[in-house]
Write a new protein. Structure first.
Length: 52
């Protein structure tokens, strides 16, 4: 939280993403874990929130 507080003084928000494998298999495969990190990075960096 200290890092978050240093980054900005606005209202804190939470983001949740439910990610599953299309083939119904486990998400513990390295290929799937890497893609999950990419998806979360894209979500976290791709959406800007305007301060009101």
């Amino acid at each position: 939280m200290r890092v978050f507080d240093e980054f900005g003084n606005g209202e804190k928000i939470a983001m949740y993403a439910y990610i599953v494998a299309k083939d119904g298999g486990t998400m513990t495969r390295m290929e799937y874990l890497n893609e999950t990190v990419n998806v979360l990075d894209n979500i976290g960096n791709g959406f800007k929130i305007k301060n009101s």
